[in-house]
Every structure is written in structure tokens, then in C-alpha cells.
Design a protein around this ligand. Structure first.
Ligand code: CP
Ligand code: NVA
Length: 307
């Protein structure tokens, strides 16, 4: 049995197969509907943090595939508080055929996966967001018709979204650059993990402080909130540090001629990204959000369908 906790647990070949399946399922859905390959199956969705895209895309995706999904709110389960994480995993494994969990501490989703006897999908942790990166690679692939040799520049916090994009890029042959303020760079252990993958796929990883340096020659400029869920108390201090890390038209103009803008959403318009970019001709933000559902359907089918 396989889980989807960290994108680097999967090989480049397996990720490409998932992307091919996502393209197929998206086309199938748009031309009349998906076959009910998950009929009778239920996904348990454990949330310790809020969500729009992750919750709705998983729930609707399960229904499209003939299955169902159960939303378990932060108040209900009390992961590790009301009940131990392994016990939650063992109990849920008796009711549902797959678990998706959004947690604070990355180790909590790892513990869930270790104790569960059904596949566990990481729907975001403080360390990473592998479902987002899978959907983003699908979006980039659809837009450019390829992944290999492109360059993605991430502007802002070296956070969970940045970590998963780094890993997905290194596996799938996308050159990766990042510009972050001092003190907000990618974690060293993430870079250590990505470097051997980059060597294998032949991509370049660049780390910068200046946004202009990171976007040179970029095909994709990506950003995310200056503060993540759980860091609300740091918002004011971070706003002061991140002022020049805004994705606006002037920054896009410094990149490649066919550059596109991406953001995992939710966006703080006027902070890390402007309205003109979100709603402009170079924005992929909303196809990107829709692709969360198509990419995750591939994951659900791969992990939960009978063979
Ligand atoms: N991008 C993303 O994961 O959105 P939600 O937090 O709304 O699920
Ligand atoms: N970095 C953000 C991503 C939200 C989808 C957070 O963790 O809040």
C-alpha cells in the first residue's frame, strides 16, 4: 500500500503516470463524466486547519468517481488531544478506504500513515503541500505542453508550498529559483533533499534574495502568502520584511516573454500579488485551482481503485 505524504516518496516515472492519468480523467469528466471506479469507497478528510480548495476538490472529486467523502472538522477529532494519532488512524481504517489529512506538525500526518491500513494523503502540513505541487505541475504542463527545461521562480516565503514545488520541479525537470528575505529561505534539509534529485534530472536550483535575480528567464512566477496558517501572530512583522517580494506586472515584465503567474490561493491581494496579475492575461490562478480536483482524482484512483 502506498501513501502520498511527500512528493519525493514517488519516482519521476510514477509522477508522470499520475499526470497522464489526471489529463485522462479531466478529459473524461469534461466529455460527459467519469466512470464510477471508486463506487462504494469513502475518503475520510481530517482537517486541523481551514480550507476551500482542498476540501471541496477532494469531496467533489470523490463524488465524480462514484465514491463519497466525509469532512471531519478540527473540533471533531482532536488529533493527538482527544485521542492518540495512531488510534485515530486505526479506527478510521475500519470505516473508510482512504484518509486525507491537513495538519500543523508534519510528523502527525507521517504517524497517521504509519498506523493506518488504508492509504493516507497529505493535504498540507507545516512542512509541505504535495497535492498542490501535483496540480501545479499539471497546470504548467497543460499550458506549455511540456515540463522539462522550463524555469519556475518562487517569490516569497520558503514555506510548505515552496518546498513541494522545489521537490516536484527537481523530479520532473523544471529549473527552480527562489527569492526570499533573509531568515525566510527554504529549510536547509529541503535543499539537501532536492540537490541529488536535481543532479539526476539535470535542473538548476538557484537561491536569491532579490526577486529580480530569481525571475530572470523564468517561464512561471509563483507566489504564496507572506504568512501561513498558524503564523497569523507574525503577520505584521512579516509584512515589513516582505514588502519588496510582491508579484506585480513590473516583476513579470522582467521575466521571459511568455511568463505566467501562479499562486496556490488563498491570495492576499495587494500584498504578495496584485489584482492586475491575479486577473490579468498572464494569470493561471483559476485553472490552477480547478486542477487541484483533476490531479487529486488521479491520486485517488491510483491509491484507492480496485485493480
Ligand atoms: N491551495 C489550497 O490548499 O487552498 P485551501 O487552503 O483553500 O485548501
Ligand atoms: N502556505 C499556505 C498555503 C495555503 C494553501 C499555508 O500554509 O497557509
Amino acid at each position: 500500500m502506498k501513501d502520498y505524504i511527500d512528493i519525493t516518496d514517488w519516482s519521476a516515472k510514477e509522477l508522470r503516470e499520475l499526470l497522464d492519468l489526471a489529463v485522462f480523467l479531466k478529459r473524461e469528466w469534461k466529455s460527459g463524466g467519469n466512470r464510477p471506479v471508486l463506487a462504494g469507497k469513502v475518503l475520510g478528510m481530517v482537517f486541523q486547519k481551514p480550507s476551500l480548495r482542498t476540501r471541496v476538490s477532494f469531496e467533489v472529486g470523490m463524488k465524480h468517481l462514484g465514491g463519497d467523502a466525509l469532512y471531519l472538522s478540527p473540533a471533531e477529532i482532536g488529533l493527538g488531544k482527544r485521542e492518540s494519532i495512531p488510534d485515530v488512524a486505526r479506527v478510521l481504517s475500519g470505516y473508510v478506504q482512504g484518509i486525507m489529512a491537513r495538519v500543523f506538525d508534519h510528523d502527525h500526518v507521517v504517524q497517521l500513515a504509519e498506523a493506518a491500513s488504508v492509504p493516507v494523503i497529505n493535504g498540507l502540513s507545516d512542512y509541505n503541500h504535495p497535492c498542490q505541487a501535483l496540480a501545479d505541475m499539471l497546470t504548467i504542463y497543460e499550458h506549455f505542453g511540456r515540463l522539462e527545461g522550463l524555469k519556475l521562480a518562487f517569490i516569497g516565503d520558503g514555506n510548505n508550498v515552496a518546498v513541494s514545488l522545489l521537490m516536484a520541479s527537481a523530479l520532473l525537470g523544471v529549473n527552480f529559483s527562489i527569492a526570499s528575505p533573509p531568515g525566510y529561505a527554504l529549510p536547509a534539509e529541503a535543499l539537501d533533499k532536492a540537490h541529488p534529485l536535481a543532479e539526476k534530472s539535470g535542473i538548476v536550483i538557484e537561491t536569491h534574495e532579490e526577486p529580480e535575480a530569481a525571475v530572470a528567464g523564468a517561464d512561471v512566477i509563483y507566489t504564496d502568502s507572506w504568512f501561513s496558517m498558524g503564523q497569523e501572530a507574525e503577520a505584521e512583522a512579516r509584512r515589513a520584511q516582505f514588502q519588496k517580494y510582491q508579484v506585480n506586472d513590473a516583476l513579470l515584465d522582467k521575466a521571459g516573454t511568455d511568463v505566467v503567474a501562479m499562486h496556490c490561493l488563498p491570495a492576499h491581494r495587494g500584498e504578495e500579488i496584485t489584482d492586475e496579475v491575479c486577473d490579468g492575461p498572464r494569470s493561471l490562478l483559476f485553472p490552477q485551482a480547478e486542477n487541484r480536483m483533476h490531479a487529486q482524482k488521479a491520486l485517488l484512483v491510483h491509491l484507492m481503485a480496485d485493480r
